[in-house]
Write a protein that binds this ligand. Structure first.
Ligand code: ATP
Length: 259
């Protein structure tokens, strides 16, 4: 239960995952309140995608529970989760405009309801404006830059009005400026639209200014809390199971092998 008295938008309680006979994640526990911004941070292969797959209900945990709004993950509350995949997989020759991709996000929503075309257009315009992508609504998505495509994907997920937005490595392969812009867009969605944002990344630094909470994964386990509480030499040494040192330089945090 969150301090507000409302149930957390997302809560994981002792979640474990076994894959191919190996315990990939063990006893993962954390929660996410309304409008909170949380980064799942870990090196390659730490288990970030696996954890997102569990939250999306695509992978059955070997133990523990996933609760959405205090209820077990199921058909009804799955609709309140928006998912942004790592990148748009699309044939560059497809004549699909940015607004078409966003509009597709409506079709999985409230099936059978059907949106009249004017309302559909308005919803698409609003979602594109919310992510700052209105300027290229009519551009072919295959011709957009990585950062622009990422905004379109976020708008696609946003149009079904999710309470919780999950993003798998949205900053991967972006240049510094696009990275900062995407972080700013997501920070605004959390603050102004009160959408709970959970994203995975291998580098925590671009997120330091917006993250309310960090979920740091290493050695198959996770530590969560405020960044300054979790990212300490002592805490991460315990998590990794070998000595690491947390070094702060010029506002950046580096985790390096210790003695
Ligand atoms: N189907 C599977 N069977 C066995 N092991 C798997 C399977 N899928 C993933 N794994 C293993 O689980 C671990 C976690 O993988 P996962 O893809 O979740 O990591 P990640 O943190 O998302 O990494 P990356 O940043 O490289 O995407 C890895 O060691 C991976 O090899």
């Amino acid at each position: 239960m969150a301090e507000s008295g409302y149930p957390d938008v997302l809560a994981l309680d002792g979640v474990g995952v076994r894959l191919g006979g190996r315990q990939v994640l063990c006893d993962v526990t954390f929660s996410l309140g309304k409008g909170e911004f949380t980064g799942i941070i870990g090196q390659n292969g730490a288990g970030k995608t696996t954890l997102l797959r569990v939250i999306l209900g695509l992978l059955e945990p070997s133990g523990g529970r996933v609760l959405i709004d205090g209820e077990p993950l199921g058909g009804k509350n799955k609709a309140s989760i928006g998912y942004v995949p790592q990148k748009l997989v699309i044939d560059p020759d497809m004549p699909l405009r940015a607004r078409d991709v966003v509009s597709l996000g409506l079709d999985g929503y409230k099936l059978g309801f059907g949106f009249p075309s004017r309302q559909r257009r308005e919803l698409v315009e609003r979602a594109l404006a919310d992510v700052g992508a209105a300027g290229y609504a009519d551009a072919r998505v295959g011709e957009l830059s990585g950062g622009e495509q990422q905004r379109v994907l976020i708008a696609h997920a946003l149009i079904s009005r999710p309470k919780l937005l999950l993003l798998d490595e949205p900053l991967a392969n972006l240049d510094l400026r696009s990275e900062q812009e995407i972080v700013a867009v997501l920070g605004k969605l959390a603050r102004e639209h009160e959408i709970s944002v959970l994203l995975s990344a291998h580098d925590m630094n671009p997120l330091l200014g917006v993250m309310d909470k960090i979920v740091y994964i290493a050695g198959g386990r996770a530590a969560s809390g405020a960044t300054h509480e979790v990212v300490t030499s002592e805490g991460l040494t315990a998590l990794y199971g070998h000595p690491v040192e947390v070094v702060r330089v010029h506002g950046r945090i580096l985790v390096v092998a210790g003695d």
